[in-house]
Ligand binder design. Structure first.
Ligand SMILES: Cc1cc2nc3c(=O)[nH]c(=O)nc-3n(C[C@H](O)[C@H](O)[C@H](O)COP(=O)(O)O)c2cc1C
Length: 178
């Protein structure tokens, strides 16, 4: 199956990058084809809301990193969102990518499963609830099914997540994709 991983941190060797790595290890071990899109290192402009895409001639006025991601996204069976918690929400880099789904909504609707992987400094589940609610609302809108979450609370840095249970949980989630 085709898996697209969209990660949203500027910290290349950070906590959420490590979670993404382990998930990808698991997915590849299970024989899935993985395409990774590190949003922070791609050029992805914010959606301008110009509605040019609604005219149906061209998907978007912006020709940037989304042009690389879109074909993979349309073909994907699974979409994995990976993000550090930034002010109780996903990072701006990941949000910019999701906002740009707008130009492709019709082709993205239905038939996919999604997973969420997030890291946060705080150990309190309340701190991450807004992100989880938002993720669930977005995938419900897209008619995608939720295939699981790994919420690495209390893991604000790579050295903390490396010794936690979360990398193995992310790997198992990758292995278990069906
Ligand atoms: C701008 C910013 C906002 C943050 N907001 C929160 C927050 O609201 N709650 C929290 O627990 N941690 C917060 N953090 C900490 C990060 O979520 C945490 O360090 C995360 O594990 C970093 O992942 P990364 O290494 O993949 O970037 C914030 C960090 C930054 C840089």
């Amino acid at each position: 199956m085709k898996v697209v991983v969209i990660s949203g941190s500027y910290r290349r060797k950070g906590a959420s990058a490590f979670l993404a790595d382990r998930f990808i290890d698991g997915a590849r071990e299970a024989g899935h084809e993985v395409f990774r899109f590190d949003a922070a290192f791609e050029t992805v402009g914010g959606c301008r809301g110009c509605d040019y895409c609604a005219r149906g001639t061209k998907p978007c006025v912006q020709n940037d990193g989304m042009s690389v991601l879109n074909p993979h996204l349309v073909d994907a069976d699974f979409v994995a969102f990976v993000t550090p918690l930034h002010h109780f929400h996903m990072s701006a880099q990941l949000k910019a990518v999701i906002d740009r789904f707008y130009a492709n909504d019709a082709r993205l609707m239905g038939g996919k499963r999604a997973v969420l992987r997030a890291t946060a400094k705080s150990g309190s589940s309340r701190t991450i609830q807004g992100l989880v609610d938002s993720y669930m609302t977005i995938i419900r809108y897209l008619s995608w099914a939720n295939a699981g979450e790994v919420l690495a609370l209390g893991c604000g840095d790579r050295n903390l997540i490396e010794v936690s249970v979360f990398p193995d949980a992310a790997c198992r989630l990758g292995v278990s994709l069906k």
